[in-house]
Design a protein around this ligand. Structure first.
Ligand SMILES: [Zn+2]
Ligand SMILES: [Zn+2]
Length: 350
């Protein structure tokens, strides 16, 4: 197992280059994965455009790094202590490397482990490379039913499963999804497959709203021309909807999430803000007694996302709009960053 392999390195805002490395060797407890597909995530765009996400800056946090956390591939070797059965299996990558020992890990809340590292952030090279090593316990065997494209959607879908868990959404109830990016659309898919009614989806991009309609939204609204709070209020019998999923992270959606929730409604905030400071109108949120729940990534939900995708035949392939070889990574990032060419989810095939 010798020879050079390529990786994509994010050096600074809007500068991503290819670079050669030798194939890494799996250490004890690790698997060596040949990466076949990596999704370009909206969260990657914060680092790509601004060189930071949520106050973590490339330079302060460990310098140039390999991005990519929505990945799948084939295990080619394993380190000491890992069953050889894993070799040759197709796996999806769970990107949160939690410590497994702190009170939160022990309580089953690995997503808020204060000692975790996350794949594809400074200090923890991600999956945009031909080979990577990863803890074997976080390589989830996936079988053959899903395509490599569909597998990159498991990570965003796992976030959507966790968002529904956090919200405590139960079948049949109506919901509003603010934002029709891959996360909002994943939430929509889960809601639609479990019989939510009505399901209202908003976005500023009509092509994404069209996809939302095809995926099961009962109503779509574009805030650039629709009065979203008035429309949602009406749909909710004059009161709004009992569940709101905010999947944008902008000021306008923060206002809409409060305005559109019914009294005693539950608002799950999944979107990541570029500015890191967002406000919402306090009086209506207080008068309605809203329950605001922050959603951080996923929490042991990758396997459930996989089961859900298989058993309900979720149309995850519909999300994939573009493919790129690793050599065109900058083109892929620019496209997602500009929401160009009708992009929903781009897949890079290293
Ligand atoms: Zn992501
Ligand atoms: Zn922990």
């Amino acid at each position: 197992m010798r020879g050079a392999v390529q990786q994509a390195l994010l050096k600074a805002a809007e500068s991503i280059v290819l670079d050669d490395r030798s194939i890494p060797q799996p250490r004890a407890g690790e698997a060596l994965v040949r990466i076949r597909s990596v999704g370009v995530c909206g969260s990657d765009m914060h680092m790509y455009r601004f060189g930071q996400i949520g106050g973590i800056r490339i330079d302060d946090a460990g310098g140039p790094f390999v991005p990519g956390h929505e990945a799948a591939g084939i295990v080619e070797a394993v380190g000491e202590g890992v069953s050889a059965d894993l070799v040759g299996r197709r796996v999806a990558i769970e990107p949160t490397i939690n410590c497994g020992q702190c009170p939160w890990c022990l309580a089953g809340q690995a997503n808020v482990c204060p000692h975790h590292t996350f794949l594809g952030l400074p200090g923890c090279d991600g999956a945009l490379r031909q080979y990577m090593t990863h803890p074997a316990r976080l390589c989830v065997p996936v079988g053959d039913e899903l395509t490599d494209d569909e597998l990159v959607m498991l990570e965003p879908l796992a976030i959507a499963v966790h968002a529904l868990d956090r919200a405590g959404w139960a079948g049949g109830q109506g919901a509003l999804v603010l934002g029709a990016g891959p996360i909002g659309l994943s939430i929509l898919c889960l809601l639609a497959s479990a019989g939510a009614d009505p399901i209202v989806v908003t976005d500023k991009l009509d092509y994404r709203l069209n996809l939302a309609s095809e995926l099961g939204a009962t109503c779509t609204l574009n805030p650039t021309r629709d009065d979203v709070p008035a429309a949602v209020k009406k749909i909710g019998g004059g009161y709004g909807l009992p569940f709101v999923f905010e999947a944008v992270g902008e000021q306008q959606t923060f206002e809409h999430m409060v305005a559109c929730a019914a009294p005693a409604g539950i608002v799950a905030v999944v979107g990541i803000s570029a500015s890191d400071h967002l406000g919402f109108p306090h009086a209506p949120a207080r008068r309605k007694g809203l329950d605001l729940r922050m959603v951080r990534r996923s929490n042991h939900t990758l396997e459930r996302a996989l089961r859900w995708a298989k058993s309900r035949h979720l149309p995850l392939g519909r999300f994939i709009t573009h493919h790129y070889p690793l050599a065109d990574v900058q083109k892929a990032y620019d496209q997602v960053s500009r929401y160009a060419d009708g992009v929903v989810k781009s897949v890079i095939q290293p």
